[in-house]
Design a protein around this ligand. Structure first.
Ligand code: GLC
Ligand code: GLC
Length: 641
């Protein structure tokens, strides 16, 4: 039981800037204490670990390099820096992109040419080959995997990036460790202290009870949520793969250990910390073990701690969950905007794929009300593809409200993208089909799902152009909707699916690898060959980034309003800033779509002339019974002039 008289450690009075630390710590101390207490007050290690927590915070502050303290001050001055329209990200695997961290330093010009100034490096910390889940099974949170280089290489990269004003994002894989992590090894060997770091059980009683209500994450490759460990004759919780052991956050020692790892990353100069799979970090029998209130408490606690010792680091919650659930990750009530600063806009990502397959935007529009009202100061990662599968994670009622049968609609989408629908140009595959529920997600690269792979195979120039138009349409919506656009590497030059994973036993069980290409820099040079698909996609992407950068209305100040639907093929919204308004229109149909000019007149002042920033063309606004005609798979960024 935590007493009211818990003493905070005496911080050394002469330490440089201790006043600043004390100021920030006192401001947060009450919240930190009550959040922590609500989880751990009855735990026997509660008191001791709370004192350790304060020490972790103080050490993190003291170990933070002066240049990072300076960055904290600059970001504070700038206000909500992560909402800015000048940030564009790319997510990449260091080894598959260019081999090593040192090689990546030599690629910084490439990002600058494209306009990317924010890099998400897929996990680079030690992870056993063959049982790595793309690096998400970490065996040492503080050691860079030798495949990529060393910790010093990572530091050097970060410093180079920082000199170029580029931001860095790394992951903290909070929910689990590799079964080769030293904690897991000790637990397996029978060490009682470390056994409490995990959910270990002597028989199937509790595992069975848990599994009754826990959905399976990888039903094909890793069915069930527990794995038998013969060495200690126990069952351990493994929600993801059998080699990823879930950490037990009901143990405060685990929390404080992981908090220390968070500050280790913060002090490497991380600007955005991607918290992997936060929905899963608290488990309780009788629930889905996802999105539990205690998971939110933990995130709020992390947020408060980070504000004390590394306030320049923003937190991204990778919660790929239902629309109404994801909003909770921004924090609610007294903790609004005090949980995750950024969340994945997975709902809109999936809805864009829905619109592309159906040619219609009704479901997209039906879903928006659920995800529109996030707290000021928070933002989305907007994206079309990432390293994971596409889950059709929006709700059935949204599909029904749009006039479709949810089961049939989802079936159509899965068929459309996995090559089972006659007439679809998409080349992809179903990921993690659940034999019990027929649930499935979708794998494939942006280009292949947009039809480039089949168009190239058939040598059909018209189809190639259509695929390119679709690629840019998809990117454009995610670039202008508000949030930090995150490209997935390879998509900027139109990489199609890579099937080499099928012959690698460490990957063949997981078809997400088809959309995690190995970059061939000779092939990539085609971006310089005028008229090649690579060049058109690269230049189009580059122009999109530049256009976004040129206009503050594309920052995310909750300054988005959707247009009323006047045509079921066209998604449209207004981005505004002070007096400025920009109409963004996206035609998801393979045919021209007509939009009454009245669509531009519903809000005052009524424009008379519009300038399309994308094509550099002017339009005179016509009478209400005449039409703006949107070309197939085209988008328009129209500003009243
Ligand atoms: C996240 C990652 C995914 C990984 C999972 C387990 O969802 O994005 O790639 O498989 O967490 O760590
Ligand atoms: C995590 C993500 C989910 C993804 C899965 C595997 O569970 O939340 O979207 O499908 O990892 O990639």
């Amino acid at each position: 039981m935590l007493s009211d008289t818990v003493t905070y450690p005496d911080f050394p009075v002469n330490a440089p800037d201790t006043a600043l630390f004390t100021e920030r710590f006192s401001a947060a101390a009450n919240s930190i204490r009550s959040l922590y207490m609500s989880l751990y007050e009855n735990h026997p290690a509660g008191d001791t670990q709370f004192n350790r927590l304060s020490t972790v915070l103080h050490n993190a502050f003291l170990n933070r390099a002066p240049r990072l303290h300076q960055q904290d001050a600059i970001k504070k001055e700038a206000g909500h820096w992560h909402l800015d329209h000048k940030i564009t990200g790319m997510s990449l695997y260091v080894d598959r992109f260019c081999g090593t961290l040192n090689n990546l330093r030599k690629k910084l010009d490439y990002f600058e040419t494209l306009g990317v100034n924010f890099l998400h490096l897929m996990p680079v910390f030690e992870s056993p080959p063959g049982e790595s889940d793309g690096g998400y099974a970490v065996s040492d949170f503080r050691k860079v995997d030798p495949r990529f280089g060393t910790l010093d290489d990572l530091r050097a990269l970060q410093e180079d990036m920082s000199r170029r004003n580029m931001y860095l994002m790394l992951d903290i894989v909070l929910n689990h460790t590799s079964h080769h992590h030293e904690w897991a090894a000790k637990a397996r060997a029978g060490d009682a202290h470390y056994q409490e770091y995990f959910y270990l059980y002597h028989d199937r009683g509790l595992p069975d009870a848990f599994e009754r209500t826990m959905p399976e994450i990888f039903p094909e490759a890793a069915p069930g949520s527990f794995t038998y460990i013969p060495e200690c004759n126990q069952w351990v919780m493994t929600v993801f793969h059998h080699y990823q052991w879930d950490l037990n956050f009901t143990n405060p020692t685990v929390f404080v250990e992981m908090l220390d790892a968070i500050f280790f990353y913060a002090n490497l100069g991380v600007d955005v910390l991607r918290i992997d799979a936060p929905a899963f970090i608290w488990k309780q029998i009788g629930t889905t073990c996802q999105n539990l209130p205690q998971a939110h408490t933990l995130l709020q606690l992390i947020h408060q701690c980070v504000r004390v010792s590394a306030p320049g680091m923003a937190l991204l919650g990778e919660a790929i969950v239902a629309p109404s659930e994801v909003m909770n990750y921004f924090g609610k009530g007294a903790f609004a905007a005090k949980e995750c600063d950024v969340a994945y806009g997975a709902t809109n990502m999936a809805l864009q794929w829905d619109a592309l397959a159906t040619g219609k935007v009704q479901v997209m529009l039906e879903a928006q009300h659920a995800i529109l009202t996030k707290p000021i100061g928070t933002t989305w990662i907007t994206y079309t593809r990432c390293h994971d599968d596409i889950g059709l994670g929006y709700d059935d009622y949204m599909i029904a409200a749009a006039g479709f049968d949810p089961y049939e609609h989802r079936k159509f989408l899965k068929d459309y993208y996995s090559g089972n629908f006659e007439g679809s140009s998409a080349t992809g595959a179903l990921f993690s089909v659940n034999p019990k529920t027929q649930d499935a997600r979708i794998s494939g690269t942006l280009a292949s799902l947009c039809g480039l792979e089949s168009a190239l195979q058939q040598n059909d120039a018209g189809a190639v152009e259509r695929a390119i138009a679709k690629i840019l349409l998809m990117q454009a919506q995610s670039f202008f909707m508000g949030g930090i656009p995150m490209l997935f590497y390879g998509d900027e030059s139109g990489y199609t699916n890579d099937y080499s994973y099928t012959t690698d036993p460490g990957k063949s069980y997981d078809n997400r690898w088809m959309h995690r290409p190995l970059i061939d820099w000779l092939k990539n040079d085609k971006i310089y060959i005028p008229g090649s698909p690579e060049q058109k996609i690269f230049d189009g992407t580059k122009r999109l980034i530049a256009l976004r950068r040129s206009n503050i209305a594309f920052s995310d100040y909750n300054n988005l309003s959707w247009l009323k639907p006047h045509n079921i093929h066209i998604a449209g919204f207004i981005r505004s800033f002070n007096e400025q308004r920009i109409f963004c229109l996206f035609n998801y149909s393979n045919a021209p779509a007509w939009l009454t000019w009245y669509a531009f007149k519903e809000k005052y002042p009524v424009p008379t002339r519009l300038y399309d920033h994308w094509e550099g063309k002017y339009y005179e606004v016509g009478a209400d019974d005449t039409y703006f005609i949107a070309e197939p798979y085209r988008f328009y960024i129209l500003e009243p002039v």
